[in-house]
Design a protein around this ligand. Structure first.
Ligand SMILES: Nc1ncnc2c1ncn2[C@@H]1O[C@H](COP(=O)(O)OP(=O)(O)OP(=O)(O)O)[C@@H](O)[C@H]1O
Ligand SMILES: [Mg+2]
Length: 289
């Protein structure tokens, strides 16, 4: 494997000479005798927002960890920018540090400069006034915004998001979508968003990928006019195409949604093509370096 940290002269380019922020070729990851990734090829241009969909256990987190540089046993050619940040479904804030300290932890530069940058990042995610709070006093959405601030303060050229809204209620999720769009417009990192939610992918991404049997089985541009509305025929068509690629029977899903009218709105508003998925935070994948 060769992981080449982005050239210092151009922090946005992971693959110098190509104009690409990410170039991953022939990525293979095997656990025991099980090949989870069998040759994944993915490219991201600087500033491009790409959603990665796939059934539970298809290897999305495994691939994201490979791009993050968190897995040394992955094979293939991976070029990513040196400046990259990851946000997981679990905000992973240190309970013994304040919100501000969590955001600036390990940040290069002097303490005062780091604190100023941290405060600015917290302001961007709407958490001014929470700097000195303890993480356990934050709501789920606030904690996830703090995790976003921690990612952004590092000015990433590549932002890796692993189901960052998966644990949030439907309303908070909608607010987080707007925030991520705003932050992306302002900072323009390349983004790889892992999600189970097809609608979320269409709402946010420039391009959607589907991971099937260890390889990218579909790579499609999201061509839906802004503002992207779920009732737009282009939205509906793309949703059908992505659900079909994921092996989801739309008719059955629709019938189930109707049957479940009394169920909580999160379930209906955020259809999950893999409702039986196990927790993403598998103990074996939690370690970070
Ligand atoms: N460290 C590990 N050791 C052994 N198997 C692993 C390890 N990490 C992941 N796996 C296995 O690899 C497969 C892919 O896992 P991964 O977490 O990448 O899936 P995923 O697509 O992110 O799933 P989900 O949508 O449920 O989060 C799973 O079968 C998982 O059990
Ligand atoms: Mg996962």
């Amino acid at each position: 494997m060769s992981v080449l940290a982005g050239a210092p002269a151009n922090r946005d380019l992971g693959a110098p000479g190509t104009g690409l922020a990410v170039s991953a070729r022939g990525v293979v990851r095997t656990f025991g005798d099980r090949a989870v990734l069998r040759g994944v090829d993915v490219e991201l241009r600087p500033g491009e927002f790409v959603a990665l969909l796939g059934r539970s256990g298809s290897g999305k987190t495994t691939f994201l960890r490979a791009l993050a540089g968190l897995d040394r046993q992955v094979e293939g050619d991976i070029f990513v920018p040196a400046a990259r940040s990851v946000v997981f479904q679990d905000p992973r804030l240190l309970p013994w540090a304040t919100v501000l300290d969590n955001v600036v932890l390990g940040l290069a530069g002097g303490r005062r400069a780091a604190a100023a940058a941290g405060r600015a990042a917290l302001a961007e995610v709407g958490l001014t006034g929470h700097e000195d709070d303890w993480p356990k006093t934050l709501s789920g959405g606030e904690a996830q915004r703090a995790a976003l601030a921690r990612a952004l303060v590092r000015q990433p050229a590549l932002l890796l998001l692993d189901e960052p809204f998966g644990a949030l209620d439907a309303l908070t999720r909608i607010r987080m979508h707007a925030l991520v769009q705003q932050l992306h417009a302002h900072h323009a990192p390349a983004v790889l968003l892992v999600t189970h939610d097809v609608d979320e992918a269409i709402l946010l991404a420039d391009r959607a990928l589907v991971l099937t049997d260890g390889a990218i089985s579909l790579d499609v541009r999201v061509e839906v006019a802004s503002p992207r509305l779920r009732r737009d025929p282009a939205f509906v068509d793309l949703r059908s195409r992505l659900l079909a690629e994921l092996g989801v029977d739309e008719a059955a899903e629709g019938a189930r949604a109707l049957d479940g009218q009394a169920s909580p709105p999160t379930h209906r508003d955020a259809p999950d093509p893999s409702p039986d998925r196990p927790s993403t935070d598998h103990p074996r994948t939690r370690s970070s370096r």
